[in-house]
Design a protein around this ligand. Structure first.
Ligand code: 6GU
Length: 267
């Protein structure tokens, strides 16, 4: 019916925050090319009473305000009618941690309904029947789920087939193969005294691939060693790592035959 177009519906008390987000860059292009459908719905539209309040004081006392269940329930039910197959995700610092693996998982969904919490949180009863998953984008506290929704929509959209320009741009990302992206360069050839590595100008594609793999490994080793430890290494990668070991052992060996002082760094 709607084909493979991903439907993002964001439920928020600040829908205007999303206007500039929908209107720029890859997200805008994905909307224009019908790869995604995106909308932000005001939870307040489902609130009752003259003041249309969406929050209230917590039972049992304590500081801060809680998002009332009725407006949230109304907003979630209406969104679910529009996108019956969509996964309903509550954005909360207590949720499962979002990462590239979760982004890949979400990229294959029909749609996502994001519930953006504000204040001190949402009434617990919302989670019983109306929420399928709880997600956090990291271990810090934001004032609301809106920025988290944008982070997730951004990361997921670029994984949807046909969204990125080059056909393999998403596959060659940092993390896709669980290593970081290699060092990249564009013109000019010399910038502030630093040259682009010679091999990249050689036109030798095999050499370039090798140099890039080595660059990826070095950067991963220096910046995110845990990624390397959890990776099953290819024969090519093991070859590169073993060469480093030999190079490092040679340095240590050459230093140590000059005497113990050579290693202490106070020569
Ligand atoms: Cl999803 N919401 C809030 N309020 N804070 C967060 C978060 C989400 N993820 C990390 N911190």
């Amino acid at each position: 019916m709607k084909g493979n177009r991903m439907n993002f519906i964001v439920l928020t008390i600040f829908p205007e925050m999303f206007n500039p987000f929908w209107e720029h860059g890859i997200i805008k292009r994905a909307i224009d090319r019908n790869k995604i459908l995106a909308s932000a719905v005001n939870i307040r539209d489902f609130a009752q009473g003259r003041h249309r309040t969406t929050d209230d004081r917590p039972y049992g006392g304590g500081c801060g305000m809680i998002m009332k269940p009725e407006p949230l329930a109304g907003a979630i039910r209406t969104a679910t009618k529009k996108a019956p197959l969509a996964k309903r995700i509550l954005l909360t610092p207590q949720g499962r941690r979002f990462d590239q693996g979760v982004a890949r998982e979400f990229a294959s969904l029909d749609g996502i309904i994001f519930v953006c919490g504000r204040y001190e949180g949402v009434d617990e009863r919302i989670c019983h029947n109306l929420i399928d998953d709880e997600i956090s984008i990291g271990d810090y506290v934001l004032t609301g789920g809106e920025l988290a929704a944008m982070v997730i929509i951004d990361a997921v959209t670029r994984l949807i087939p046909g969204v990125l320009g080059g056909k393999d741009s998403a596959e060659k990302d940092s993390f896709s193969g669980s290593v970081l992206k290699y060092a990249q360069y564009t013109r000019p050839r010399t910038f502030e005294g630093v040259d682009v590595p010679e091999v990249l100008l050689s036109g030798n594609h095999k050499k370039i691939e090798e140099a890039r793999l080595e660059s990826s490994l070095i950067r991963t080793f220096l910046k995110k060693q845990d990624l390397l430890e959890n990776r099953s290494l290819s024969a090519e990668e093991i070859k590169i790592l073993k060469k480093w070991c030999r190079d490092i052992e040679k340095i240590i060996h050459d230093q140590s035959i000059r005497g113990p002082d050579a290693l202490s760094g106070d020569q």
